[in-house]
Write a protein that binds this ligand. Structure first.
Ligand SMILES: [Zn+2]
Length: 487
């Protein structure tokens, strides 16, 4: 923050060799988060990080509302009795739940859970709200923090004991409508994460033994980080009637019968999506932010050569600022730092477009544009500026997405023996497609014998060939799966 050129060069480790060190340095130097709160697994969002986060949240919330979801806000505490109602659910979360046991000096009669997820908070109320088929579909979401006592090593934004997410909880009349919702959830994820944020992801169905506790089916979105590991950044679950039967979410149907609602829930991992944007798009100069979520989209920097030029340049720069204000998040930097210091600072922050204005530009009625993604300068006429920015806003995210997608494609290969993993890993591959028997024991053995590679889930659009064998046990293969190391 306010670093000199030489300091940044010293402070930012080479991202391709030291991703983890690069990440820690950038998180702090760019003012994203502070890890010095002093409670393990809990972090502080700093102003710049929170502004990016709010822009990400806005994109998802707008898309959820456009698809018929409405905002709600449920309490952070959950009745112990409710949390325990669905047996698979509590078994899955039991060891991770934070409990509130005291109020002042008094022990509470019933201890309260901090939500690890909100099914058991929301559905008792859904049972009161939803009476008739006319109340359906009911689609609601909330943007909140959830709490899980992670025992694995925590990493800022990647794995914490408190994390931000959006959770949507929907109820439908029929199974078909609920299944359709899991597809819409994927489309929402594609529209924002892939198209607007430039983050490619792999969509898989989690194995039976790996699904969300209490769900019938779990579908997950995994992205690839530069170190070759995948990160789950979202999930959507078909719950069927498992929770609606337990929480009595039933409705009076068209034919006069009472029926249990068909439910889905959807988790958008905001903290992890932010981490992915920083890690996947950034380079050795710092962050590169997609235009739509950048807190400052355009920065204007005057370049003075002689003192008597300053007034003219400032006047022109202010006119350019006026031209863009209102339509874009724009900042004119008139501080007395050198242009070099400013360039480095805004590169670090990942500002997508920089406009440089000196006497040459004033005289020729132009501006010089520097694109953070391409690191290229070009001079354009002032009359062309709006047009250029509109094209760039689309192009920048396309460039970032293409780079990320190329890395993903290059990392991906098909394997037909377990030995292939080591062989191809040495060649730089990290995502493997293989035939698999869908047994938990086999997945555990695979993880143990390969030094941590996991069966991440089933490719829905890929069928196993006749007579295919499981890559691990040689038994009959049932699915094609993704194998990778994961966060
Ligand atoms: Zn097997």
């Amino acid at each position: 923050m306010g670093l000199e050129k030489s300091q940044i060069e010293e402070k930012l480790p080479d991202k391709s060799r030291f991703m983890s060190e690069w990440y820690d340095t950038v998180l702090y130097e760019a003012g994203i988060i502070d890890i010095r709160y002093g409670v393990k697994g809990f972090i502080v969002y700093m102003p710049y990080g929170m502004k990016i986060m709010k822009n990400i949240i806005k994109l998802f919330e707008e898309e959820l509302e456009a698809t018929g979801h409405e905002p709600v806000l449920f309490p952070v505490v959950i009745h112990e009795e409710n949390l325990r109602k669905e047996s698979e659910h509590i078994t899955g979360f039991e060891s991770e739940v934070f409990w509130i046991t005291h109020a002042g000096r008094n022990k509470l009669e019933e201890k309260l859970a901090l939500r690890p997820t909100s099914e058991t908070a929301m559905y008792p109320l859904y049972s009161l709200w939803l009476k008739s088929y006319k109340d359906l579909p009911f689609k609601a979401y909330q943007t909140v923090a959830v709490y899980r006592y992670e025992t694995k090593a925590t990493r800022p934004l990647l794995r914490g004991r408190e994390f931000l997410w959006i959770e949507a909880h929907d109820v439908f009349r029929t199974r078909d409508e609920a299944i359709r919702q899991t597809i819409e959830d994927k489309e929402i994820f594609y529209k924002i994460t892939y198209e607007k944020l430039g983050i490619p992801f792999i969509h898989v169905k989690r194995e039976e033994f790996d699904k969300f506790p209490g769900a019938e089916d779990t579908y997950a979105f995994d992205t690839l980080l530069p170190d070759g590991k995948v990160l789950q950044i979202g999930t959507t679950h078909y719950l069927g009637q498992k929770f609606s039967r337990v929480f009595d979410v039933k409705f009076h149907d068209v034919d006069g019968e009472y029926r249990y609602g068909e439910q889905t829930c959807y988790g958008i991992g905001l903290s992890r999506i932010l981490a992915s944007i920083l890690l996947i798009h950034g380079d050795n100069y710092g962050l590169i932010l997609p235009f739509d979520i950048a807190p400052i989209q355009i920065v204007i920097i005057p370049i003075y050569r002689k003192d008597y030029e300053n007034d003219k340049i400032n006047k022109y720069a202010t006119e350019v600022e006026e031209l863009l204000k209102g339509k874009y998040r724009v900042k004119l930097d008139l501080t007395d730092k050198t242009p070099g210091e400013k360039f480095y600072q805004y590169d670090l922050l990942g500002i997508p477009i920089r406009i440089e204005i000196g006497m040459k530009e004033v005289d020729r009625n132009t501006v010089t544009i520097f694109r953070r993604d391409l690191r290229e300068r070009r001079e354009i006429k002032l009359t062309q500026l709006h047009n250029y920015i509109e094209i760039s806003r689309k192009e920048i995210v396309e460039v970032l997405r293409r780079r990320a997608e190329e890395r993903l494609t290059k990392s991906y290969t098909y394997i037909n023996s377990i030995e292939d993993i080591e062989k191809y890993a040495d060649m730089g591959y990290s995502l493997f497609e293989a035939e698999f028997c869908d047994n938990e024991e086999c997945a555990n053995e695979l993880k143990a014998t390969t030094g941590g590679y996991e069966v991440r889930g089933i490719f829905l659009d890929k069928k196993v060939g006749e007579g295919s064998r499981c890559i691990m046990c040689g038994g009959e293969a049932r699915s094609k799966v993704l194998i990778a190391k994961a966060y």
